[in-house]
Design a protein around this ligand. Structure first.
Ligand SMILES: [Zn+2]
Length: 239
């Protein structure tokens, strides 16, 4: 039982780590030698500013990773999510842009969202071939992030099934107590798009029964259940 107590203590430590990471310019991989004949001091200063800005975005990405268990699709969606969580009057998070060009940095996640590269849009403006950072290796702490993702996915999957159930009930009221035969009949009037399980991206099972209807997650085992669904008679079922 002892290791369970460690978890709450780890989070403040992680935050300190993240703050420390932002001030470690050595994380950027690039040739920082200014090109001969260029204005050496100003190029050097620019590189430092670029590395500082890359480090700030990297810190936000790592914070996101530990909370979600994966890196985001795009930087803009990540920022939107953080800013949604900010209370009224709290400052909004803004990502720095590339000091040399004023353009956005280039963010490239891997297809499974477990790695990324973040680079300046035009390395030549710094007189180098490459100026980029990539994901931090969290080693065993990756498991914490994955557990967090699993918890989030399970909560979200249950919420999506509730949304589908509520749409079915509306359909039922509008159609003289008839239930739809297929979920696709709910689109677009009752649902803009059909929700899918957030963990697998697969559509929900649906069945109209003599007493109502049942919805099921297509892959309950990824949430750690044998059965994970919503029934019109008993509500959310998971076991
Ligand atoms: Zn699911």
């Amino acid at each position: 039982m002892r290791h369970r107590r460690v978890v709450p203590v780890i989070l403040p430590i992680l935050l300190c780590l993240l703050i420390a990471l932002t001030s470690v310019p050595a994380r950027a991989h690039g040739q920082h030698e200014p090109t001969p004949g260029s204005a050496a001091s100003s190029t050097g200063a620019n590189i430092e500013r670029a590395v500082g800005a890359l480090g700030k975005i990297q810190a936000v990405l790592e914070f996101y990773y530990l909370d979600h268990g994966e890196y985001p699709d795009r930087l803009s969606t990540m920022i939107k999510q953080f800013n949604l969580g900010a209370g009224p009057g709290e400052p909004q998070l803004q990502l720095p842009t590339d000091p040399a060009t004023g353009r956005d940095f280039v963010y490239i996640p891997s297809s499974d969202h477990t790695r990324y590269r973040l680079r300046v849009p035009r390395p030549q403006s710094y007189g180098v071939d490459r100026l980029q950072v990539h994901q931090v290796n969290w080693a065993w702490m990756t498991r914490l992030a994955q557990a967090q993702k699993k918890r989030r996915d399970t909560v979200e999957c249950a919420e999506r099934m509730r949304v589908v159930a509520s749409a079915i009930n509306q359909y039922n009221r509008d159609h003289r107590n008839q239930f739809p035969e297929k979920l696709s009949q709910l689109v677009p009037r009752y649902l803009k798009v059909l929700p899918v399980c957030p963990a697998t991206g697969k559509p929900y099972f649906y069945q109209a029964t003599s007493r109502g209807f049942e919805i099921g997650c297509p892959n309950p085992s990824v949430h750690g259940f044998r059965i994970f669904g919503f029934s019109s008679t008993t509500g959310l079922e998971r076991h």
